[in-house]
Design a protein around this ligand. Structure first.
Ligand SMILES: NC(=O)c1ccc[n+]([C@@H]2O[C@H](COP(=O)([O-])OP(=O)(O)OC[C@H]3O[C@@H](n4cnc5c(N)ncnc54)[C@H](O)[C@@H]3O)[C@@H](O)[C@H]2O)c1
Length: 355
């Protein structure tokens, strides 16, 4: 099982699941995301020799091709993941997200038996969704359209790339679907919204549930960009990993398609609601500051998960309340540990030598 970006948040959780199921994993990651070395150390401690790590970059087509030749399945997670970073360096964002994905597709296309591919796209490719009329009463934005409010946004909603990140991930999303169509590659796209859970390094730019919780645990101020009434459906990473495994089993039904995969309407929450939930679990109060709206920010994004549920027999099991409580407990231990004596994680890795 080849996981690009396997040292990252979703990759670590996926690798842990696959390794626990007895599947050998090759993590292909350039370790560019701060802190992911700790994820690798954790995986090593749990799974030792069953996991192989290649410190390498998806922009290196040759190394990627060699890794793909050894793979029976590919999960493509490696990416530049932050909108703000994409705004300050659009070329690098394009090279990693769009070109890196094309490198991977070419590697898969040119092996005699192309392995199945799962690609993690993003809800950002639907743009700001400014055409969706909203009602902002009751502390959260909800669509005026009753059907949309009841079901969330489906895959047939027009694509509308905003920001370099939206463009590079959207291009990759479309390339994957088109390679499936043109070259009959067994590939599926997951369009993800807000995923949260253990091993996430949440920052202001990505991973807001974990970021808010971590700030609260450290009694640090939390900044909300906008008015905090924006709504997202959140998905616990365990539910996502289960969806990824289901997609592999139901490959014939899902190949060539893109799915909105998220918590769905049952797990929709506003930023203000999340702060309230955190207050309930944590008790402490972080100072909350407000900043200006971010460019092209969606006031409301909730995934309609009916298509994937129907194709793969999957539904999220972990409610927001339960998931946030679990993550709070996990982070409380992790933050507590980090405050203890400093430890250096030793991560044995394979060098990315071009031999
Ligand atoms: N977490 C979410 O809520 C969310 C939402 C939408 C989409 N996604 C997508 O899911 C995927 C995984 O996200 P995540 O939250 O685990 O992010 P993450 O940053 O934790 O993981 C990404 C991993 O990719 C690695 N990486 C970055 N550039 C690389 C390169 N050039 N070559 C090799 N490795 C590289 C990083 O070191 C990191 O370990 C990404 O494609 C992201 O766009 C995530």
């Amino acid at each position: 099982m080849l996981i690009t970006g396997g040292a990252g948040f979703i990759g670590t959780n996926l690798a842990d699941r696959l390794l626990s199921d007895g599947q050998p994993v090759l993590v292909f990651d350039n370790l560019s995301r701060a802190g992911v070395g700790e994820n690798l150390a954790w995986l090593r401690e749990r799974h030792g020799a069953h996991m192989e790590v290649q410190v390498a970059d998806v922009r290196d087509a040759l190394l990627l091709r060699r890794a793909v030749r050894r793979a029976c399945r590919v999960f493509h997670l490696a990416a530049q993941v932050a909108v703000n970073t994409s705004l300050s360096d659009p070329i690098q964002d394009f090279e990693v997200n769009a070109r890196g994905t094309l490198n991977l597709l070419e590697a898969i296309r040119t092996v005699p038996e192309p392995p199945p591919l799962l690609y993690t796209s993003t809800s950002k490719i639907y743009g700001a969704l400014s055409g969706v009329e909203l009602d902002g009463r009751d502390g959260r934005y909800l669509p005026k359209d009753e059907l949309l409010r009841a079901t969330g946004l489906a895959e047939n909603h027009p694509l509308d790339f905003h920001s370099p990140y939206g463009c590079s991930k959207g291009a990759a999303d479309q390339y994957v679907i088109d390679y499936a169509r043109m070259y009959q590659l067994p590939a599926v796209v997951f369009r993800l919204g807000s995923v949260y859970g253990p091993h996430q390094r949440g920052t202001e730019d990505q991973g807001w549930v974990t970021h808010f919780l971590t700030r609260a645990l450290r009694s640090e101020p939390i900044t909300i960009y906008g008015d905090g009434r924006q709504v997202r459906d959140v998905l616990h990473v365990d539910d996502l990993v289960e969806a990824m495994c289901r997609a592999q089993v139901r490959l014939a039904r899902v190949a060539g398609r893109a799915f909105n995969v998220g918590g769905g309407v049952a797990n929709a929450i506003s930023l203000r609601d999340l702060l309230e939930l955190i207050r309930r679990f944590h008790g402490g109060t972080s100072e909350v500051r407000f900043g200006p709206w971010r460019l092209a920010e969606q006031r409301y994004y909730v995934a309609d998960i009916a298509a994937f549920s129907e194709a793969a027999g999957w539904r999220p099991r972990i409610t927001v309340e339960d998931g946030v409580r679990r993550l709070h407990e996990h982070l409380r231990e992790a933050v507590g540990e980090r405050r203890g004596p400093a430890r250096t994680a030793h991560v044995p890795v394979l060098a990315a030598a071009r031999s």
